[in-house]
Design a protein around this ligand. Structure first.
Ligand code: MTE
Ligand code: HPA
Ligand code: MOS
Length: 782
């Protein structure tokens, strides 16, 4: 941590004042200053060791087919080139699929997507490596690629079998429903666009071991895969991650390939190897958010009360399974969002396409499912001619209802949360003002939408819900903290340090958090599923509790007092006997050390209560739900389709916040990223399956001028489940507040047909799409 340690301050200044940085306080991110000044060290900033080599990959120039001839002679003799490898040179396991096989480290003869790495080059400089790979002569026999979900569905091309979740007799309920409508929606994927691209630096150690510095959300998996690829036991490899310049899910599994390639060279050459993707390679060679196609039949009554839905979701997985099984599952888990369907059937398809393998991205399929679910609510509201907010409120889950996967709704103040937001942002009066505005303006139309988010917290793969931590107290009272979570900008290190500070009631600046390292805390889960704080802060707390209990045992004996007479307070141990004695934490720790008390402990945590039987698609996959709602207003130019998001109000549930400043930052950032996904960020491939949106110039993430006037309020209520200090996870859920922008755009388009037509609006809702939606409403509204 970069805080000035208060252990250096004179005692008179520290004396019995409240500890700084307790949990619940709005502390700045511990690296905030370093991020801004450039002092924060990322892998590519590390000083290079002597003899370091740099790697580039040779990429396929076709999209689908077979390599018939590979001539690397010119590559090998190019300037600066030291070594060239193909899959045959990999000494151990050749497939690095994280859950299921299907991801060869380099192409195994078969080409599955345009740009697929075929061989790799290690050279004296990065530029030399890049120049050399262009010299390969490759002949192919080409096959017709499958490039779309539609083609995959038609040809039964899937990376994993389909899966169904069902509740009630859906056909009967649909037949009996007074009204029914059908619809479909296509939402495109999203590029992670982390500021720091994929990078690994591998240094050979003694006895054939490897030290791997990487930008990965999953150091343990990188460690395991490097070990497998090199054919050595896992304990020969150590992975270290100090921080990432953003991960967003893109470094959950897909940081491993580059670490493994570097490791193969490091082993062959006994030299340090760096592999860093430039931006174009990063965009071309790494997976993105899955596109999803959804189609549905939904039954409801004249008031818009939902009776049943039959929904088919199809995710575009790319060429291999990667995490797609769990991602399509999470889309299915979130199709209901906050609403009770008495009967529901969801079918999830995992489509195989000849594109890069899609992967985790903030929300992990949840946003794609939820978007389709929210589209359904708007469709139903317009079909019965009511305000969508009223229809939403009337369909919310009630306590005791069960989801379509059998999880009971136990704590669900969503109606209160949404009505609070509605009055805070004056939804109904603005609705009337918008009606007036739209009457008065022929070519400018405004739209408004208030949408909820209910997001399930836990990895849906049960065993991943565990974490470990390591806490040492040194003899001057300074504390060293380490845990299995990785820092990617989300503020995890700050929050966990706050929890440790809280446990001993010491200043946060007396705590140092060190880089995530597989030799400090082993067998960790990825920092993902928004669970970083929930899991690692609990593990760290447990380590503190172990040390605390030893310290209190000792103090009890030493001071001859009862346990109740002892407490940690304001950087002191307070002994409240006849005369209250305050001993500084540092002095007390020194005393404990001299009396041979162990001052170091591991801590472990596993999430209680969760269980899920996937074969029966039934159980309680989520420990709890994070809730929130947002309201967005947009203004559309109906002649061009151009629009502006005018204002967004968000009320979001983070339980009892560990750090309101960081939580609000996550909510703002999540919303903007979600808005980008649904509005301006457009991935495009040409007819041959080549990625056209491969640079910042042709892929538009939101800029500061795209951000609306925003207000974020925390719904500051304790989590009813026993999470760390009753907080809730915050990382992914706010992304789905971007959905209110999309709903508001549809609302604006529907206004031209007096809200009687449901505008088709696939995402991203670029101005072209919005213009189409407006014209559709104009044509069908008469
Ligand atoms: N915030 C920043 N600044 N950078 C990131 O890469 N990743 C998001 C979210 N917020 C991310 C972020 C994703 S995808 C997840 S799963 C969570 O942070 C992971 O961290 P947490 O579990 O500690 O919240
Ligand atoms: N979320 C994020 N990452 C994951 C999950 C999940 O539910 N399961 C496996 N990896
Ligand atoms: Mo986040 S998509 O679970 O890394």
């Amino acid at each position: 941590m970069s805080y000035q340690s208060s252990l250096l301050a004179p005692y008179s200044e520290r004396r019995q004042r409240p500890a700084k940085g307790r949990s619940g306080q709005s502390l700045a991110h511990d690296s905030a200053h370093k991020h801004v000044s450039g002092e924060a060290v990322y892998v590519d900033d590390m000083p290079e060791l002597a003899r370091t080599l740099h790697v580039a990959v040779g990429k396929s120039s076709i999209t689908c087919g077979q390599i018939t001839q590979l001539d690397l002679t010119a590559v090998r003799s190019a300037e600066g080139v030291i070594d060239v490898i193909t899959l045959d040179d990999v000494p151990g396991e050749k497939d690095i699929g994280p859950v299921f096989k299907g991801d060869p480290l380099l192409a195994d003869g078969r080409i599955e997507f345009h740009g697929q790495p075929i061989f790799a080059v290690a050279a004296e400089s990065f530029e030399q490596a890049k120049r050399a790979v262009a010299l390969a002569k490759v002949d192919y026999q080409t096959d017709t690629p499958i490039l779309t979900i539609a083609a995959a569905l038609q040809q039964n091309a899937f990376v994993r079998p389909a899966h169904v979740m069902q509740k009630g007799d859906v056909e009967a309920a649909l037949q009996q429903a007074p009204k029914m409508l059908t619809g479909e929606l296509y939402n495109k994927g999203q590029e992670h666009f982390y500021l720091e691209g994929q990078v690994s630096y591998v240094v050979p150690t003694e006895d054939g071991g490897m030290k791997v510095y990487t930008s990965s959300q999953h150091p343990t998996e990188v460690q395991k895969l490097v070990a497998e690829v090199l054919d050595v036991p896992i304990n020969y490899v150590q992975t270290e991650v100090r921080r990432m310049g953003g991960g967003f899910g893109g470094k959950e599994t897909q940081a491993a390939q580059w670490a493994c390639l570097a490791a193969v060279f490091a082993k062959r050459l006994k030299r340090p190897i760096k592999m860093r993707l430039d931006r174009q390679d990063d965009m071309q060679l790494t997976g993105k958010r899955h596109d999803f196609y959804g189609r549905y039949r939904v039954g409801f009554d004249a008031q818009g009360k939902l009776c049943a839905a039959d929904i088919e979701l199809a995710g575009k997985c790319g060429y291999s399974p990667d995490l797609s099984d769990a991602i399509v599952d999470r889309a299915m888990f979130h199709i209901d969002n906050a609403y009770h369907y008495p009967a529901m059937r969801v079918l999830g398809q995992r489509c195989k396409t000849n594109t890069v393998s899609n992967t985790a991205f903030r929300g992990f399929g949840g946003p794609q499912g939820m978007l389709i679910g929210e589209g359904i609510l708007d469709d139903v509201a317009r079909a019965v001619g009511r305000d969508p907010l009223d229809v939403r409120l009337e369909n919310l889950y009630q306590l005791g209802d069960s989801t379509h996967y059998g999880q009971e709704i136990e704590d669900f103040p969503m109606a209160e949360l949404m009505t609070n937001l509605a009055s805070q942002c004056e939804y109904y009066s603005r609705r009337r003002a918008i009606a007036d505005f739209n009457q008065q303006h022929r070519f400018k139309k405004r739209g408004l939408a208030l949408t909820p988010v209910k997001f399930g917290i836990s990895f849906t793969i049960q065993f991943l819900n565990q974490a470990g931590a390591l806490v040492h107290i040194y003899t001057d009272g300074s504390i060293h903290l380490n845990h299995g979570g990785t820092e990617m900008g989300q503020g995890l290190f700050t929050k966990v340090a706050q929890v440790v500070a809280n446990e001993f009631d010491v200043d946060i600046d007396t705590i140092q958090v060190s880089a995530t390292a597989t030799d400090k805390v082993p067998n960790t889960s990825p920092t993902a599923a928004s669970s970083g704080t929930d899991l690692n802060a609990k593990a760290a707390q447990n380590a503190c509790l172990t040390i605390k209990s030893r310290l209190l045992d000792f103090a009890q004996q030493h001071y001859g007092v009862s346990r109740e007479a002892l407490r940690f307070c304001n950087n002191h141990l307070v002994v409240s006997a006849e005369q209250e004695t305050w001993v500084t934490f540092a002095d007390f720790i020194q005393l404990a050390y001299q009396n041979r008390v162990s001052l170091s402990s591991t801590g472990y945590y596993s999430t209680p209560k969760i269980h899920y039987n996937r074969d029966q698609a039934n159980g309680r996959p989520f420990f709890y739900y994070a809730l929130g709602a947002s309201c967005s207003e947009v203004e559309v130019d109906t002649l061009t389709g151009e629009y502006k998001v005018l204002r967004t109000d968000i009320l979001h549930d983070v339980g009892r916040s560990l750090n309101p400043a960081i939580d609000i930052g996550q909510i703002e950032g999540g919303f903007v990223q979600g808005m980008g996904w649904l509005t301006s960020e457009e991935l495009s491939w040409d007819e041959q399956g080549r990625l056209a949106s491969n640079a910042a110039a042709n892929y538009k993430i939101p800029t500061s001028i795209d951000v609306p006037a925003m207000s974020v309020t925390l719904w500051d209520k304790a989590n009813s489940e026993e999470t760390i200090y009753r907080s809730k996870a915050v990382g992914e859920p706010p992304l789905m507040h971007g959905i209110s922008v999309w709903c508001a755009l549809r609302d604006a388009a529907a206004s031209v047909a007096n809200y009687r037509v449901n505008p088709p609006l696939n995402t991203p809702a670029t101005p072209e799409q919005v213009l189409n939606a407006v014209q559709y409403c104009q044509e069908h509204g008469a």
